[in-house]
Design a protein around this ligand. Structure first.
Ligand code: PLP
Length: 226
């Protein structure tokens, strides 16, 4: 099947899942995770109407952003952030989902140009407390949120997670519920958040049921990465 057709089918599935659980499909945005995909495939999706793209590596992302700069696209950075990459990320992206350290937040703030809108950020949470994975623990989340909200060139929008891989539906629901709960706790503290970035190719229907507002989907859209 062609990529544009595949894209339309995925979008229909997302809308149907949303309706099944009583959510407004308009509140759920599909982000095309385009890492390793060539520019031509992104162009095909742009022509089909896709506007949100996510990349994990700055070196790979910059030529794509440049090539597609005439379109009204929104670029999301979702990969690990090294200190020496914060300048390029702050300059070229609209969103960062993988923020998990104060030092990186300060650097992104310092590099975001005053002429640009504040950089939208989500805090990445390590749901399973997995030592090898990025993300702040649930217990350290409130203090990081407080530090980020003091940085005027950043706009804290919500939370992101990539929960531990599991085939258990119950466990998948539980991880997303925990993230949603942490989000509600920050709302109760007075933060103005509107974004839950959760759900990838293998668990997005569950993420929709648990309140996701951004789905980050690569494989289920483009096919297996080479
Ligand atoms: C690669 C990636 C995705 C997309 O994963 P798929 O399984 O290909 O849908 C989503 N989120 C993050 C943080 C990623 O690195």
């Amino acid at each position: 099947m062609s990529l544009p057709l595949h894209y339309q089918q995925l979008q229909k599935k997302i809308d149907a899942y949303a309706q099944q659980c009583g959510r407004n499909p308009g509140e759920i945005e599909l982000i095309a995770v385009s890492k390793t995909q060539p520019i031509e495939r992104l162009s095909q999706l742009v022509a089909a109407g896709q506007r949100h793209f996510a990349e994990n590596y700055i070196k790979e992302a910059l030529p794509k952003i440049e090539a597609l700069k005439d379109y009204p696209l929104t670029w999301h950075f979702i990969g690990p952030i090294q200190s020496n990459k914060t300048r390029d990320i702050a300059a070229h992206f609209d969103w960062v989902h993988s923020l998990d350290r104060e030092k990186i937040a300060q650097r992104l703030h310092a590099h975001r140009l005053p002429t640009q809108q504040p950089l939208n950020v989500c805090i990445e949470v390590n749901m399973g407390d997995e030592a090898t994975k990025p993300g702040v623990s649930l217990s350290d989340l409130p203090s990081l949120a407080e530090k980020i909200s003091g940085l005027s060139h950043l706009k804290l929008r919500g939370l992101m997670a990539l929960p531990p891989l599991t085939n258990s539906n119950t466990a998948q629901h539980a991880y997303f519920q925990q993230l949603h709960h942490a989000f509600d706790e920050l709302l109760a503290l007075g933060y103005h958040l509107d974004t839950l970035s959760m759900g990838t190719s293998h668990d997005y229907p569950i993420a929709i049921a648990e309140g996701a507002t951004f789905l980050r989907i690569g494989t289920a859209l483009f096919g297996t990465r080479g």
